[in-house]
Design a protein around this ligand. Structure first.
Ligand code: PEP
Length: 251
């Protein structure tokens, strides 16, 4: 039976001082979070080492915000899966919409990054989601389907036995506009049934997170939906109290 997973994507926010306050705050409130809900923080890569120290002995798991598709070499500015693994990262986000849309990472590149994470023994959190104009044109399933197909083509269904998918409608990220629980559930059900068409077992077990303006007030109704198994959280992950409220909704 799959559990719940809440991951905080700090994006390019934090400082040495704020990290300490945030991690200590999360640690102090963890007793309000069910054991069934995994708690993950994804700091900017330069802070992973520090957050690794601060989270030692706690149940907070660590994730990176991206991973290079190559394992080593002349790739200035990139971070390899083996490097983040050395600092205890269990997860790595790949294909976040900010990477796809600002840095032009294609479906194929994202698939290679997904593969690189797995080669390093890291669980990829694969982000998928449509732009507002794609939703309005009725193309949501087409877009999300293609994003999944690129990974399926490169890695096959078995790779999803050890992966997480985060459905993040781009129009809901950082905008304060959350998908309604029904809108989110509809796409989550589509993702699960698409995978079930290849392997029922993998589809039943995979964690499907929702992301897009989740906060302490709306997490419970989103996470109550049948196919929503927690969330990938941006802005609300930067305040311990708010992040803990969201984690506590993961029952
Ligand atoms: C995100 O960055 O993955 C995200 C969902 O951001 P926010 O919660 O701020 O919308």
């Amino acid at each position: 039976m799959r559990g719940m997973l809440v991951a905080g994507n700090w994006k390019m926010n934090a400082s040495l001082q704020s990290i300490e306050t945030l991690i200590n705050g999360i640690k102090q409130g963890l007793e309000s979070v069910s054991e069934n809900c995994g708690v993950v923080v994804c700091p900017p890569s330069i802070y992973i080492s520090k957050v690794n120290e601060l989270t030692q002995g706690s149940r907070i798991l660590l994730g990176a915000q991206n991973v290079c598709e190559e394992d080593k070499g002349a790739f200035t500015g990139e971070v390899a899966g083996t490097m983040i693994k050395e600092f205890n990262c269990t997860y790595a986000i790949v294909g976040h919409s900010e990477r796809r849309n600002i840095y032009r990472e294609t479906d194929e590149l994202v698939a290679k990054r997904f593969a690189a994470a797995r080669r390093a023994g890291i669980i990829p959190i694969l982000c998928v989601g449509e732009l507002l104009e794609e939703r309005e044109a009725g193309n949501t399933e087409d877009i999300v389907g293609k994003q999944l197909d690129a990974v399926l083509a490169l890695e096959g269904i078995d790779a999803f036995a050890d992966a997480v998918i985060a459905y993040e409608p781009v129009w809901a990220i950082g905008t304060g506009k959350t998908a309604t629980p029904d809108q989110a559930q509809e796409v989550h059900a589509f993702i699960r049934s698409k995978l079930a068409g290849i392997s029922k077992d993998i589809a039943n077990n995979i964690i499907l997170q929702y992301g897009g303006s989740v906060n302490g007030a709306n997490a419970e109704e989103l996470f109550a939906m049948e196919d929503i198994d927690g969330g990938l959280i941006g802005g609300a992950a930067l305040k311990a109290e708010e992040f803990l409220k969201i984690c506590a909704a993961g029952k």
